[in-house]
Design a protein around this ligand. Structure first.
Ligand code: LHQ
Length: 260
């Protein structure tokens, strides 16, 4: 029987979506990309899920487009990106819940874009990222040209893209491509523990925070101030805010998880 391209598992309000084409370092075909996008939407709609983790099976995170797969060949490059990769990246950034890119191994090409797209990026010590596109004379896609210069500046982004140099975990941390690096041996448990901690945070406030940050990345200060004022009203009117203030006054930890 054929293996599912995406494995779905739930533990303590954390949904883990595992790219599952291990023998090809989880290189993406259309099935994987469309299924991952669907699963992200399903997780967003599921009230029992508070955090989503995207990771890879085996030793790779994602080696980008499967160069041996023909499923996209009936389309132009532009159509292919608009059909598969672009909706996926938009879904990740537009999700109302935090998405963790848990980079367990090599992330190359569009896989590097996926590694950068999460709200939180956690890396295993042995993970690496390669903007590999220029090796096959393509342009970085799936958001890499947007994510990378915002993290490392234009010039370093250009160099990484032009030379397709491998960025290892310690450099990724220094460059701001990830928030934490964990030992390979304990990586999956460390990611789960991090995700569970994130899952105890105020979900509604984080949803609005994500909305504000995403908008601010392309807005003026005036626009950001206006949006903050608008969203703060929504946060302030929510029970989470009342709970946070009450917990502070009562000198106890806030309880932001309520059974639905
Ligand atoms: C693969 C792949 C792969 C198939 C490893 N495909 N099998 C968007 C839309 C439209 C068109 C085009 O592109 C895009 C966006 C993109 O993502 S373009 C970029 C596509 N990706 C690449 O060019 C990466 C190609 N792979 C590599 O450069 C290396 O495999 C990396 C650096 C990722 C890992 O190197 P190693 O750790 O040395 O592993 P390996 O090369 O030995 O790979 C292990 C196996 O995985 C091997 O299969 P085999 O049967 O020989 O064991 C590879 O053929 C297979 N594999 N990437 N993208």
């Amino acid at each position: 029987m054929e293996q599912p391209v995406i494995l779905v598992s739930d533990r303590s309000a954390v949904r883990t979506l595992t790219l599952n084409r291990e023998s090809k370092l989880n290189a993406a075909n259309d099935d994987l990309l469309l299924t991952l996008t669907d699963e992200l939407k399903r997780a967003d709609a599921d009230p029992s899920v508070r955090v989503v983790v995207i990771t890879g099976a085996g030793r790779g995170f994602c080696a980008g487009q499967d160069l041996g797969d023909v499923s996209g060949r009936g389309m132009t490059f532009t159509e292919h990106l608009n059909h598969t990769y672009n909706p996926l990246v938009r879904t990740i950034r537009g999700l109302s819940k935090p998405v963790i890119s848990a980079v367990n191994g090599v992330a190359a090409g569009a896989g590097a874009s996926l590694a950068l797209a999460g709200d939180v990026r956690l890396w295993a010590q042995g993970a690496s990222l390669i903007e590999v596109f220029s090796n096959i004379a393509l342009v970085p896609d799936s958001g890499s040209t947007w994510f990378l210069p915002r993290l490392v500046g234009y010039h370093r982004a250009f160099e990484l893209m032009a030379l397709a140099e491998k960025v290892r975990a310690e450099d990724a941390l220094r460059l701001g491509l990830c928030e934490q690096v964990f030992p390979d041996e304990t990586f999956r448990d460390d990611v789960q523990a991090y995700a569970e901690r994130l899952a105890t945070r105020p979900a509604h406030a984080l949803k609005l925070t994500k909305q504000a940050l995403n908008a601010a990345l392309t807005s003026t200060l005036d626009q950001a101030l206006d949006l903050e004022a608008e969203l703060q009203q929504l946060a302030g009117d929510h029970w989470e805010h009342e709970e946070g203030v009450t917990a502070f006054k009562q000198k106890r930890p806030a309880q932001f998880v309520r059974s639905t």
